[in-house]
Design a protein around this ligand. Sequence first.
Ligand SMILES: Cc1ncc(COP(=O)(O)O)c(C=O)c1O
Length: 963
Amino acid sequence: MSNYQHYVKTHLSKLLAALGLDISYTRAAGDTLYYRDRHGEEIPVLDLLGGYGSLIFGHNHPQIMATATDLIAQQVPVHAQFSLRERAGELARRLSGMVQRESGSEEEFNVTFANSGAEAIEVAIKHAELDRILKLQTLLDDVTLNIERVQKAIRNGTAKVPVDVYRHSPIREQVFDVRGFEELIVGLVSHNTTQLVKRPIFLVLEKSFHGKLIGSVQLTYNKNFRRPFQYFGLNTRFISPHDPDQLRRVLAEERIVLYDLDVQDGVVRVVERPIPIFAAFLVEPIQGEGGVHMLDADFAKLVRKTCNELDCPLIVDEIQSGMGRSGSFLASTLIPLKGDYYTLSKSLGGGLAKISATLIRKSRVRKEFSLVHSSTFAEDDFSSGIALKVLDMLEADDGKAYHQVQDSAAKLFAAFERVRAAFPDVIKEVRGQGLFIGVEFHSQKNASSIIIRGSAYNDSFGYLLSGYLLHQERIRIAPPGSAPNVLRIEPSMFLSDAQVAHVEAAFGRLCDIVRKQDALHFVFPLTASSRAKPRREAQDFSQAFPAQPAADSRFEPTRPVRKIAFINHLINPQLLTEVDPSLAVLTAEELRQFVLKMDPNKKAAPYPAVRIHSPLGSAVDFILYPLCVSSEQMGQYLADGKLDGIRDDIQDRIKAASEDGCEIAGLGMFTSIVTNNCLSLRVPDTALTTGNAFTVAMAIDAIDNAVAAAGLPIEELTVVVVGAAGNIASTYASLLSEKTTRLILLGSERNGSLSRLNQTLHSIYDDTWQEICTLPREKLGRLAQRLVREPLVAEWLEEGTAPQRGRGKAIAQYVAERHGHDPYITVSTDRSLIRRGHIVLCAANSAEPFLTGEDFRENAIVCDIAVPNNVCEGIGKDRPDVVYQQGGIVATPNGESLHPGARAFLGAGQLFACMAETVIMGLAGINRHYSYGAISKQQVREIAALGRAHGFSLAEYKTGSSL
Ligand SMILES: Cc1ncc(COP(=O)(O)O)c(C=O)c1O
């Protein structure tokens, strides 16, 4: 891990790695960034991200570097605060002149310098609020004076109060029950006092981006950035630039007034004075982060008019769109839109300095501001000197630079348009102004490739494209923060024809890949593979899966169809090749590396719902919410005791399912184990289940079938339960004890395993005692029949002396002492005992299979309900005599099937038993947690009965070789 990953942005670095964007650049010049590959070779990358629009002259432009060197050589003062800083002064004069020219303003501008874009915005809103507060103070002083004047006039008898003043309807709403003049004054003053403390409102456009500091982030539309910090302060109303009526509605909703008094012709009147509640209106002439959208000219007119009417300053944020990026010094000139304040940054620093500027129309400047605002680093001679050079370069030769931007832009735009024309199904729109271009792709939410669909689901489709462009085409690009389907392009004005051609060809290949849904090209760079990419051209996988069949018209659900979710994960990375066939050419290790890379974001897109109908009339929509995490990783989390992250991931999936309307969520495979059988989850609105009860029920059926098929008497057979220390296996063993009295409970050699096995033993005896107490003799299972003959049990029954607690343990001890050993149930950690089992039930939690053909006796019946399985692949070939079955697979009522890519080891018409339990809960209307924490025999019996009633049955059991 690099120092940056370790000490700076640890989590973000992992996300960058998952997208293949974890590159450390070592050099930059013009439109090219360079990094060194693993062989030390310098790799050039065409940089279309351009410092988020800061590089209108490219990286390290020689003339700007020369200016920087010169400034350093001159030893210009970087720190000379609280003095007359003439370079900053000269820069301000130039900027003021240029903005005057662009906006056609007669008035000069005053400039406050800062160090970043967000800071410039904070300067602007801080000044706007100071202005508002001072206006408010003047208003309040006027009102106070007027009220005093009217009071005096009444006392002098020169003014009268007509009764209708008290009936003045808005006052009646605010100040009720006023009977006399003094009461009216008290009412007015108290109303005015409550209005004065109302927080200012900033009007901002939807999709806006104005920075990420504490104030500016509240002016930024993306709620992921803004929401966590909402209580810090700013009060913002977001306005749709496409709905002028909404702006009018907001103005009406937020209007508040002070009540003032006036005397006209000797009569007192109540006058409303609107409070300047709107501190400022902020707009970007071209929204960058929001997805490259130019402000509509008509709407811009409305904004200007509104600001004039409200006397509220209009802040034009040109931080990204300014400095020539649009082909004009200011993008607002092109709309046209005139601001009261302007903010500039990015290319103002020439790619070398950190500088921003807030320009305020002189007539609006409050003199107090310069006393209450300062910054150590602002106004320095170094940044100011560089910014002056930038202005020289922009303005030289009658603004040749602006024409150069327009020329380069026209070529680039035309290139993108040609690609769009060839791939209208992939690219939705190419838009922008000058070298500020957005290429919007069609949504891939319904893509047939799960990798592509998943990126759309996670709002990272643009990043997926960026990863490909970086690794395969050596183009650096990124989507803006709030528009995941858009790629934003902001190169320098020096982009060459050859570079434009390179971009066009690369985008053509990219679109071909997306059209053909060949995710290999996105995944391969993330596999850490050292071999050449296995396929250069895109191959067509767009038809890899049949379309989702329409709802079966034979069925008419009698009740509303419930949505239920199932959280599954990749049993092993190779299964990805079934999930997304374009990956079939990858090796097991490459797939493994890819899955490991996905660790910071494991969410895959949900599969389309499968409707499952019960013969009793109900139906459910069953939806898989997959996590891209392998059993190996799950085993590692368990081994390391690092479960918080994966538990959060599982919880997030359940919450997403709940937001989609799912009422029940089942947990599959390792997701139940790592959540301690759901117990660690906190999801209030969802009924949860591990599906363990039905898994056990189906395994019992599987064994019954196999025993019947072999024509063997089960009561004479020895049953070994592997992993018997766990709850599932112990419930299973307890159920089997009803059929046979030759049980072997086998545990691992891990610490504490023996004592957990003994607990299983005790609970089997306790269950059996309960059975003896509740069932008639003829219905007793095998073990119970034996136990009633044991003198201790007979005595407890006759004399009612059974202890309240510890009965299972007491029976176990008694039986062992009386017979010299336990003749019914053996507890052991000795793996060789498996060979005694006619029937072996495998239910151990293990990330890897560990049982082979050598472990089993001749003709053994092996039922493997563990996921991942306990028995190694190949058992069917090595030991054809062994009947190997995975009891966990069941047939759906009408042959309903999972999506072909999501079946893992299942065939058509099949589900894993844990999935089936979730479905049965939905069909049976169960609204509470079911297999949650430990399961009981009673639950197994109940769910087995419900499963049968709703049409589920054990599927034909599978043999090892079919795995
Ligand atoms: C329009 C606009 N305003 C403000 C900012 C914030 O600038 P900074 O990232 O320098 O704080 C940006 C940055 O992208 C921007 O595009």
